[in-house]
Design a protein around this ligand. Structure first.
Ligand code: NCD
Length: 371
């Protein structure tokens, strides 16, 4: 990619003054301190990290997602957001996040513009990602709620800078090894659908806790919803980063770090596997990495009969996380989780653009549903 970390660091300086001596996590924390809490109203707000959401915000989201599930079960496509534009900006590869945001926009009648990492934008000519985002911002209409940005970038800080620059809301679709808040929302929505309630349950995360951003967001949201206990299962080199543990401590979360899946699997209400984030490590670091092991039918024999098996996907076929037989296990909930990704993002688009179905009267809702 023509873009490089130096350009980003320089523009961060331009935006925020000198950042000498700060780690990326420190800088992210500074940006995060300035983000608005959702506080019962998603309309027009950037949604970048789990810390912006409270348990009541999540309940609001769940209620909206339930209604979007009815759209998906019923008419499939409605005109709720027909006057809105969604600008997808994927500076990094994606199947589910990008396609589910597009599917959600199409299902609600919105127009979609944007690009993926191989689409030949002028980054190849040295354009900064900030300029790319500002360009897209000019195409979203002049009203604050006429459109929004969906941005994924391999560097952690770009989404915060984009949110400062843009005049339309920014949804974080994954910022490097930081967070993936909309994945966290779809994950906890899926768990709620499968378990009925999250409070008091035990969730076992197993995989790359260090660089896997979905776990960073999902674990915070679970803590807010009163999860009973979380286990983070990984070799030491891949354990949860300090800044994420500090966030969980701040939420009073009960959790344990271990490298031994066998010792905790029997307690799991949810087993949430993640892949090794190969692309975020140097070759030397990868060589030093101990193997993590697969989820096998033997391991699952020690699990509850009703354990919910999840994974944000992709599974790396070169380095699989599941024995192929596990995909046939009736407890394998990944495709359901994938479908919930579209429904969750329908809800997030409607809430952020200020047109939630949960805010409508019953006749209005029936009219928009075409019944
Ligand atoms: C994840 C991501 O991009 O963070 N995928 C996703 O969004 N569903 C997980 C991964 O890449 O391993």
């Amino acid at each position: 990619m023509a873009y490089n970390g130096v350009a980003l660091a320089e523009s961060a300086v331009l935006l925020d003054g000198p950042s000498a001596g700060l780690t990326v996590a420190d800088e992210a924390a500074m940006y995060e301190a300035g983000l608005p809490a959702i506080d019962g109203d998603f309309a027009g707000k950037d949604l970048l990290v789990a810390g912006q959401l409270s348990d009541t915000d999540l309940e609001l989201f769940f209620a909206e997602a339930d209604l979007m599930g009815q759209v998906d079960d019923g008419p499939g496509r409605i005109r709720l957001l027909e006057d809105k534009i969604i600008a997808r900006q994927f500076f990094e590869a994606s199947t589910r996040t990008d396609q589910s945001f597009q599917a959600a926009a199409v299902a609600l009648g919105a127009g979609v513009i944007g690009f993926g990492p191989n689409d030949g934008t002028s980054q190849k000519k040295g354009e900064t990602p900030q300029d790319t985002v500002m360009t897209m911002d000019q195409y979203l209409g002049r009203q604050a709620l006429s459109g929004l940005h969906v941005i994924r970038h391999p560097e952690r800080l770009l989404v915060y800078q984009a949110a400062e620059l843009a005049s339309h809301p920014v949804l974080n679709a994954g910022n490097g090894d930081g967070e993936h808040v909309t994945q966290g929302m779809l994950d906890v929505y899926t768990m709620r659908q499968k378990l009925g309630e999250i409070a008091g349950k035990t969730v076992v995360f197993y995989g790359d806790m260090l660089k896997g951003r979905t776990v960073h967001s999902t674990s915070q949201l679970l803590a807010k919803l009163g999860v009973g206990k979380m286990y983070f299962v990984a070799p030491d080199l891949l354990q949860m980063p300090e800044d994420m543990l500090a966030k969980l401590d701040g939420l009073g979360a009960k959790y344990e770090l271990t490298d031994d899946i066998e010792s905790v699997i029997s307690e799991a209400d949810v087993l949430y596997r993640t892949r090794l984030q190969l692309e975020r490590f140097t070759d030397e670091a990868l060589e030093a990495m101990p193997p993590m092991g697969m989820v096998t039918p033997e391991l699952l024999r020690r699990a509850r009969n009703d354990v919910v098996i999840m994974h944000p996907f992709p599974e790396d076929s070169r380095n699989p996380d599941f024995d192929p037989a596990v995909r046939l296990d009736e407890r394998f909930a990944v495709w359901e989780q994938t479908r919930m990704g579209k429904i969750a993002r329908m809800a997030i688009l409607a809430l952020t653009l200020g047109r939630p179905m949960s805010g409508m009267t019953q006749p209005e809702r029936q009219r928009i549903m075409g019944v």
